[in-house]
Design a protein around this ligand. Sequence first.
Ligand code: AHG
Ligand code: MN
Ligand code: MN
Ligand code: MN
Length: 314
Amino acid sequence: MTTFETYLDARNGTVLDDDLVVVLRNIAEATRQISDKLRTSSLDGLTGSTEVTNVQGETQKPLDILSNDIMLEACRRSASVSFAVSEELDTEVAIHADGKYAVIFDPLDGSSNLDVNVTVGTIFSVIRATTADDILKSGRGQLIAGYAAYGPQTGLVLTIGQGVQMFTLNDEGVYMLTNADAKIVPEAKEFAINAARRSSWDDAVAAYIEDAIDNGHNMRWVGSMVADTHRIFNRGGVFLYPADRNKPASGGRLRLLYEANPIGLLVEAAGGAAIIGTTTILDIEPTSLHQRVPVIFGSKTEVDKISAAYQERV
Ligand code: AHG
Ligand code: MN
Ligand code: MN
Ligand code: MN
């Protein structure tokens, strides 16, 4: 079975130059370290919440901070990294003055699940950036996107510009290639949405969900975008976090740069679709680091239905 290392070696010389191989190797090592820390967090006093509120207005969990530190260390170990952007940091952090790649990440996604032992993840994106001004670019410009899913297994899902590869961490701490060309099935009868927020849905989403329920679709909502995404990669489905119709300026809950864009690139690379309504996620021109957007992605047939529901209402 192919290991992560042998996979990187085979891809070296494509979009993946020697420098990016080092960046990816260090990110993979960071996810291994985060996975280890999660396994025994209750024994190490890494549960509960801190007194600190992050730039999102969220109370930081100890593992949010620890995962962020581990990801920052991975960036510092990579000589070609110019900047790091994180959900947990107010602004971009300069790493190496002569760097040429920015690493943009959500160090721990699904933090509300940490103390209840439910799958969480790390989401990352790598773009070309020599100055801070290069960071705010549309998702189509991403060189690499991926996530680690920390569940019963630790999985790593990655696109380096040629489809999507899935790896599974073995008990020696080696990521083994378990799917060399992951595809999201176009048809599915399962949706993921936080139904408690129904009063905030716009008409297009409300109509799609009502129709899905009338046609016997099932619902799953983990509260961790990475966990819901990983299910969609493995059995199809559609994920929706729409904007709040009562607070349209808020843009929704999820963040463009380190949640919507990397997941959007992975989903499209696997034959799925990722939209905010009538436009695709990857074509949005960002205006700020922590900008929030509505997010709808997954099985193409279902996303196309939702897109049509928006088109009918423009
Ligand atoms: P994070 O833990 O990185 O802040 O992200 C949490 C996000 C996403 O992972 C999840 O899908 C969503 O928040 C859950 O939102 P609700 O709690 O509103 O359901
Ligand atoms: Mn958060
Ligand atoms: Mn997140
Ligand atoms: Mn997070």
